[in-house]
Design a protein around this ligand. Structure first.
Ligand SMILES: NC(=O)c1ccc[n+]([C@@H]2O[C@H](COP(=O)([O-])OP(=O)(O)OC[C@H]3O[C@@H](n4cnc5c(N)ncnc54)[C@H](OP(=O)(O)O)[C@@H]3O)[C@@H](O)[C@H]2O)c1
Length: 305
């Protein structure tokens, strides 16, 4: 099933990832699952992550059937202790991590604060990958050419980095919260790339993919027609929407292609570098976001990158 799942044009057809270990967060479904299967089919050992144990076991089984080594590690990204445990589990499992794909995330309709008192979307989509990446930097540095790939979105162009808004849900607006978290993904990537040597950091828009689980939190009257229209549009030429498998092309390209081995600090769309929004390129704001995220996650007590 998972053999040669990488679509043509992704620039990784001949790549051999034997001996490399990759962690794909949020790989129990959607784009992450397809990314995990594609990287496994190229020979990588895949660490599958998510919350749903049954779905995780199914992805591991699919990877085993394709001849790849794989294991599932559970962690809820709304919980900072869970993220720390995930990092520890990864370090115990492998001394060296070649690729970290920060993919887990979603669109969350209900206003919620996490136990740390942070707005849920910001916590899951930004703070969790921020903390995980930082905790795994020594493990990524142990690889000959570590890569961090973060799945953002074109929605980042609508985002504003209002850090007061992430400590309250009083005026919660789901799309604003999502766009802010995806802007944070891009800003984090750019700041990370400046702080890292020997490990690359890039981010991406995967396309518009109605067939993933992304719409699961939308109300049924919106979700059902959107998924129907999406499924019809996916199969037409020059479609504005993509299949889940197509959604994995850019993350797989950035995780595996030799073409981008030395590329860092860039935003990609459809396997091509693209200029990110001006707000994402503001270096002062990137530093403020970094410092804020380090404080909220307790990172400065652990390690400074
Ligand atoms: N679909 C699109 O059109 C689109 C467009 C632009 C960007 N993106 C981005 O692409 C990424 C993947 O989305 P998708 O479309 O593939 O959605 P999806 O099918 O819903 O997959 C999301 C993945 O993230 C995991 N996840 C969600 N909440 C989590 C939490 N609290 N803790 C741990 N894991 C969690 C899920 O695992 P469990 O179910 O096991 O918890 C699942 O494996 C997201 O970052 C999203 O923002 C998607």
């Amino acid at each position: 099933m998972a053999s040669n799942r990488v679509a043509a044009g992704a620039g990784v057809g001949d790549v051999d990832l034997q001996g490399k270990t990759v962690l794909v967060t949020g790989s129990t479904g959607g784009i992450g699952r397809e990314t995990a299967l594609a990287l496994g089919s190229l020979g990588a050992r895949v660490l599958v992550h998510g919350r749903d144990r049954e779905a995780g076991a199914a992805v591991v089984e699919a990877l085993h059937e394709a001849g790849a080594e794989a294991e599932f590690i559970r962690a809820d990204f709304a919980s900072l202790p869970d993220v720390r445990d995930l990092a520890e589990d990864v370090k115990t499992t492998t001394g060296r991590l070649d690729v970290l794909v920060n993919n887990a995330g979603g669109y969350f309709r209900e206003p919620r604060l996490t136990e740390a008192g942070v707005e849920y979307t910001f916590a899951v989509n930004h703070l969790a990958p921020f903390l995980l990446t930082n905790l795994l930097i020594p493990t990524l540095r142990a690889a000959p050419a570590g890569r961090v790939v973060t799945v953002s979105s074109e929605a980042h162009r609508s985002g504003t980095l209002d850090l007061d808004a992430v400590e309250s849900v009083e005026r919660y607006a789901p799309f604003s919260a999502y766009a802010r978290s995806k802007l944070a993904n891009v800003m984090f990537t750019f700041e990370l790339a400046r702080r890292l040597d020997a490990v690359t950091a890039n981010c991406l828009h995967p396309g518009v993919i109605p067939a993933s689980g992304f719409m699961r939190n939308l109300p049924l009257p919106i979700r059902a027609p959107a998924q129907f229209v999406g499924s019809v549009l996916t199969s037409v030429p020059f479609s504005p929407v993509s299949s889940v498998r197509e959604g994995a092309e850019t993350p797989v390209y950035l995780a595996a292609s030799p073409e981008v081995a030395d590329v860092t600090g860039r935003y990609f769309d459809d396997c091509q570098p693209r200029r990110a929004a001006a707000a994402a390129r503001d270096e002062g704001a990137q530093r403020r976001l970094w410092e804020y995220s380090a404080e909220v996650t307790g990172l400065q007590d652990i390690e400074e990158v």
